[in-house]
Design a protein around this ligand. Structure first.
Ligand SMILES: C[S@@+](CC[C@H](N)C(=O)[O-])C[C@H]1O[C@@H](n2cnc3c(N)ncnc32)[C@H](O)[C@@H]1O
Length: 240
């Protein structure tokens, strides 16, 4: 799949050009909070002791590897992404960690997941649901695939940027996106478009209430939110 046509793959170029320093940049632009946010999402994924777990848009494997580290048992964990450079970093990180060695990393677009219907007990996604849904013409096909491969009663766990409720904190959060996230990401990566897109999409993305409504409309039966860092991010749990 790597190097194939980008037709029907919005954002593909962005995520095949930034991987080298991706983890470092994430760490800097989130002021070191990225690991804690992966941890919160991983704990939500593990709550019902799922057997088969899928991390979609796994990037460099942050969520999948954290799930493997926190699990008190041995779940079957798969990470998928359409960026081969991201997957290569993920596989190298996982194989050098004691608990991540058995994670399977597969190149796959969320629009065409190579799994049987109702296969996974839990699907997680960290900081990529925005990519799948913000002004993305393929949103519906992504949602269809996620719902198809998730078991009835299975959990879909999303950790994503959100909108703080307090207008003052939201103002500070938006300043942080404009004056820290965009220039710092651009400076370290050299990729202006990628970090302009990140800041712009985060500025306009759903609040927790809007996101819950979106998940229910998409076809999930229940959805709950837990706000993180004054609402700048949130973990959502939606049940099929
Ligand atoms: C912002 S990164 C997040 C990576 C990782 N989940 C994390 O927490 O750091 C977004 C990831 O989504 C992937 N991605 C975006 N759209 C995708 C799609 N339609 N199918 C598969 N991967 C996709 C990108 O390649 C990229 O690795």
């Amino acid at each position: 799949m790597h190097g194939s046509s980008t037709t029907g793959r919005p954002l593909y170029h962005i995520f095949t050009r930034i991987p080298g320093r991706y983890d470092l940049i994430n760490h800097v632009i989130t002021l070191g909070m990225d690991n804690g946010w992966h941890r919160q999402a991983a704990l939500a994924c593990l709550q019902d002791q799922p057997t088969r777990i899928l991390d979609i848009c796994c990037g460099t494997g942050g969520l999948a590897i954290t799930i493997a580290q926190l699990a008190q048992y041995a779940p079957d964990i798969t990470g998928t992404d359409y960026s081969q450079p991201m997957l290569e970093i993920a596989a190298a990180k996982a194989s050098s960690s004691t608990t991540g060695k058995n994670i399977r990393f597969i190149n796959a677009d969320v629009a065409r997941l190579p799994f049987a219907d109702n296969h996974f007990d839990c699907i997680g996604i960290s900081f990529a649901f925005r990519n799948l849904t913000y002004k993305n013409p393929l949103t519906q096909s992504y949602l269809n695939e996620i719902l198809r491969v998730l078991k009835p009663g299975g959990r879909f766990v999303v950790v994503e940027s959100s909108q703080p409720k307090s207008s003052f904190i939201r103002f500070l959060d938006h300043l942080y996106l404009r004056l820290w996230v965009f220039p710092t990401g651009y400076l370290i990566s050299g990729n202006k478009g990628a970090y302009r897109y990140l800041a712009e999409s985060a500025l306009h993305f759903y609040s927790a209430e809007e996101m819950l409504e979106f998940l229910l409309k998409a076809g999930f039966k229940q959805a709950t939110a837990k706000r993180l860092f004054f609402g700048a991010a949130a973990v959502y749990i939606a049940v099929k």
